[in-house]
Design a protein around this ligand. Structure first.
Ligand code: 0L1
Ligand code: MG
Length: 263
């Protein structure tokens, strides 16, 4: 049985991503691996990324839907870090050759206007710290075989973060009803999902408040200018090379991405 430590798990996850290799969850060998240790491991993983020139540009909230939370036995989102290297400009194909088994989910993204720090942050306070709202696609990619993991595994793996896109339209939060904001997800011309912002903890600002309060327990505050991916609105869809994937929002515009073809 392998003897894992926070650092050796971070090293292994970093290598697995670089080598486009999936693996067994660490909890198979270390069943008592807990959430606190997993977040410290995630911090070591992001330190490795920043040591190689990546810059943290914000956070992602994961497992925001009721269905995913029930499966994992949690009631509030997990968080991961996003970096400048994960963000792709609209029009850039999803680099299928660099990823293991990417899935995509439409999200509502916030750009923070001011610092936000828990505890006791409410959805209202959280939203008042948001400068702008954008449509987003998050491309998730687990470093575990078949996305099979326990909660500590996925936290250590930076919440399956991989790539993301932001839409070009930027709206002020006061001009939107985010719980009612509709989104339709299409692959080529097939509708594969639809939802409103209420799919994310009832309201994306509620998800933000819960995440900020949880981050405060680890001494972390959100900084002005940081991006927050607030969580998948629909189920994540598998991405295949050559597919054209569109998220059509009622008030945030639409965003189209393609899975890069091998030729
Ligand atoms: O962004 C997400 O909600 C993904 C969080 C990790 C769970 C998964 O890989 O589905
Ligand atoms: Mg997501």
């Amino acid at each position: 049985m392998a003897h894992w430590t926070e650092q050796s798990i971070a090293d292994e996850l970093y290598q697995a991503e670089a080598e486009r290799r999936d693996r067994r969850p660490f909890t198979d060998d270390w069943p008592s691996l807990d959430v606190e240790t997993a977040y410290r491991t995630q911090a070591r993983l992001i330190q490795k990324k920043t040591a190689t020139g990546q810059t943290v540009t914000g956070v992602k909230l994961g497992l925001t839907s009721l269905a995913k939370q029930k499966r994992m036995g949690i009631a509030s989102p997990i968080t991961g870090w996003i970096t400048d290297r994960m963000q792709l400009a609209e029009g850039t194909p999803i680099p299928m050759g660099d990823l293991i088994h990417p899935r995509i989910e439409p999200e509502i993204a916030f750009v923070m206007g001011r610092r936000l720090e828990g505890p006791d942050v409410t959805a209202e306070t959280a939203l008042s710290a948001v400068e702008s709202v954008r449509a987003a696609f998050e491309v998730i990619d687990s470093r575990y075989q078949d996305f099979r993991f326990q909660l500590p595994d996925v936290i250590a793996d930076n919440a399956s973060s991989s790539r993301f896109f932001l839409g070009s339209l930027s709206r002020h939060p006061k001009d939107l009803d985010l719980a009612a904001e509709e989104c339709v997800l299409r692959i080529d011309d097939r509708i594969v999902g639809s939802a409103t912002g209420s799919a994310v903890q009832g309201h994306p600002a509620e998800a933000l408040a819960q995440a900020v309060n949880a981050l405060a327990e680890r001494g972390i505050a959100l900084r002005p200018g940081w991006i927050v991916l607030t969580g998948g609105l629909t189920d994540a869809a598998t991405v295949n090379a050559g597919e054209r994937i569109t998220a059509e929002f009622a008030n945030l515009g639409s965003l189209t991405v393609v899975g890069k073809s091998p030729h």
